[in-house]
Design a protein around this ligand. Structure first.
Ligand SMILES: *[C@@H]1O[C@H](CO)[C@@H](O)[C@H](O)[C@H]1NC(C)=O
Ligand SMILES: *[C@@H]1O[C@H](CO)[C@@H](O)[C@H](O)[C@H]1NC(C)=O
Length: 329
């Protein structure tokens, strides 16, 4: 049994419920509309985003295509860069720097010649990783021709057999009509990218200045201002050499090299005469092709890396303690 007040309470209660239902309904509708509104908005956003992604993807693939065509230009003469190298504490550092330069040069083939009886893992891995087209050769220097630890570095000819090994490989692998250029790129020099554009179209032998060599800021060919031909050099050290020029200061066209089967380096050349020995077999002074803005620009420097002092390392090796054998440096 319900009392009067109880019936009143029931009516009030039912009224409240009806009111709440209405409110809830309004809230639901509002929420639904808001949801619809945001859905519509985000749909437009997605469509826009999707379109942008599409153009990005298109742009990216086009860019990728451009990147791939740079090294593959079929009409660019290939530069064969010959680098003699030997195992030493700074070897990996030097070759890393050089490989990072070469990675920026299109149509370059790197010929590395190790002064060793078999190829080393260090050089192989480094060159593989670089992605540069390459050939690894070996040519061990006989003991009697090796520099001893205390010898000054000019005492014995360096890199002779390694460079000759590379020349032999080129003669075996190039055809007389191949458009190609040969350059001796030691691993301790610094090369500016313009240098490779300058040498690429060499017809016979091209020449240019080399910085920081022969006791001078720059050693360079002197040109006749009228004819633009090489008449001499500004060299201070042994200027009587037939070609007083550094190994980094010239490039040779492949057809010329192949037409002179006897052109190579010699173990018995006098100090500083390696370049002259080779060039005399290939050309004459008046035929040289000056590059680098009529030999007024320096694009290569004969830098030298200081030998690191490793006394502490050697002491630890002697004691057979804390050697850094497990890490490639
Ligand atoms: C795609 O490239 C075009 C033309 O180069 C440029 O206008 C556009 O902004 C690029 N779009 C994107 C998403 O990178
Ligand atoms: C370098 O790559 C070549 C070809 O993939 C492979 O045969 C060779 O073993 C690699 N050399 C090293 C030292 O990893």
């Amino acid at each position: 049994m319900l009392s009067n007040s109880g019936v009143d309470e029931l009516f009030i209660y039912q009224d409240m419920r009806r009111g709440m239902k209405r409110k809830l309904f309004i809230v639901f509708v509002a929420l639904f509309l808001t949801l619809l509104f945001f859905l519509a908005l985000s749909d437009r956003g997605t469509t826009r985003l999707y379109k942008e992604l599409e153009t990005l993807r298109f742009n990216f693939s086009r860019l990728l295509g451009d990147c791939e065509t740079v090294p593959r230009k079929p009409d660019l003469p290939v530069i064969y860069a010959i680098t003699p190298t030997y195992a030493r504490p700074v070897q990996k550092a030097e070759l890393t720097r050089l490989s990072h330069t070469f990675r920026l040069v299109p149509a370059l083939h790197w010929i590395i010649v190790e002064d060793a009886s078999k190829p080393s893992a260090l050089v192989g891995k480094l060159v593989n990783k670089s992605g540069i087209p390459h050939t690894i050769l070996t040519a061990p220097t006989p003991k009697e021709w090796k520099l001893r630890e205390k010898d000054p570095n000019w005492k014995k000819p360096r890199g002779v057999l390694q460079r000759n090994r590379a020349l032999q490989w080129l003669r075996e692998n190039l055809k007389p009509k191949d458009k190609a250029v040969i350059y001796f790129a030691d691993d301790d020099n610094v090369y500016s990218l313009e240098l490779f554009d300058e040498m690429r179209w060499t017809k016979g032998v091209s020449v240019w200045p080399v910085g920081l060599v022969g006791g001078l800021l720059v050693e360079r060919p002197i040109l006749n201002p009228k004819t633009g031909r090489v008449t001499g050099w500004n060299a201070a050290w042994r200027p009587e050499r037939p070609f007083p020029i550094d190994m980094a200061g010239f490039a040779i066209s492949a057809p010329l090299l192949l037409s002179r089967p006897n052109a190579k380096f010699s173990l018995t050349s006098d100090r500083g005469f390696q370049e002259s020995h080779l060039l005399q077999a290939l050309t004459t002074r008046d035929k040289l092709e000056p590059r680098a803005d009529r030999c007024t620009k320096v694009y290569v420097w004969h830098t030298r890396t200081e030998s690191p002092k490793l006394n502490a390392e050697l002491a630890r090796r002697k004691a057979k303690k804390n050697m850094n054998d497990e890490i490639e440096v």
